[in-house]
Design a protein around this ligand. Structure first.
Ligand code: AMP
Length: 210
């Protein structure tokens, strides 16, 4: 795929596989918009919008928001964009089928990652409640004890990043989302996401543009 081609990508992978981090890196300089459904929902919850109130209980428990609601949201977000990365969507076959009615997809990247690595990564993740910057207490520490480098706000743990909820999210992912790998077989790129961020990025870049 050439760098200037239209790119409609889906990033699939369990929570904590690093797909959000990789999406951000790939999007830099490629005029790709990231549509991350988890981020959109969390912002709606924070701002107490109608959508936020509808989805709050699902997101906080780590269960999936109903397909109908997600498809409505994604339809609005994709609008007429010609290039984008979908991060966190689709998560079910119903969503994938609904997406086909909205737009065509070029490639689907699957970030494969072991459950124990996921639990370790997510339970050490911290976010800034003010500017949304993401840190990791093991791999990407803030300069001062759990305080945001940028806005000096005390960092927090996402409600769904505690160990028990992470395990639930991984289980949900395995049960509901893995069939998507079969659905997208002809467009699938497999990436080993157990490795370090930089190596995963190089593998991703080569797989898409190499
Ligand atoms: P994420 O940040 O992608 O791990 O998403 C956090 C939470 O948002 C999930 O555990 C779900 O509750 C909800 N969510 C995000 N994307 C979807 C989706 N495509 N379908 C259903 N629920 C979603």
């Amino acid at each position: 795929m050439a760098r200037n081609d239209r790119q409609r990508l889906i990033f699939l992978g369990p929570p904590g596989s690093g797909k959000g981090t990789q999406a951000e890196r790939l999007a830099r300089g490629f005029e790709l918009e990231i549509i991350a459904t988890g981020d959109i929902l969390r912002e709606a919850i924070r701002n107490r919008t109608i959508l936020g109130e509808k989805v709050r209980s699902y997101v906080e428990k780590g269960s999936l928001v109903p397909d109908e609601l997600m498809l409505e949201l994604i339809h609005q977000k994709i609008d007429n964009k010609s290039s984008f990365i979908l991060d966190g969507f689709p998560r079910t076959i119903e969503q994938a089928k609904g997406l086909e009615q909205i737009t065509a997809i070029d490639r689907v990247v699957y970030f494969k990652c072991a459950p124990e690595i996921i639990v370790k990564r997510l339970s050490s993740r911290r976010v800034c409640p003010k500017c949304a910057r993401v840190y990791n207490l093991i791999t990407n520490q803030p300069s001062h004890n759990e305080v945001c480098d940028v806005c000096k706000t005390k960092l927090e743990q996402r409600k769904d990043d505690t160990e028990s909820v992470v395990r639930e999210r991984v289980k949900v992912y395995e049960n509901v989302t893995s069939p998507l790998l079969e659905f997208y077989r002809s467009k699938l790129i497999l990436i080993d996401a157990n490795k370090d961020i930089e190596i995963v990025y190089q593998d991703l870049w080569k797989a898409i543009y190499g």
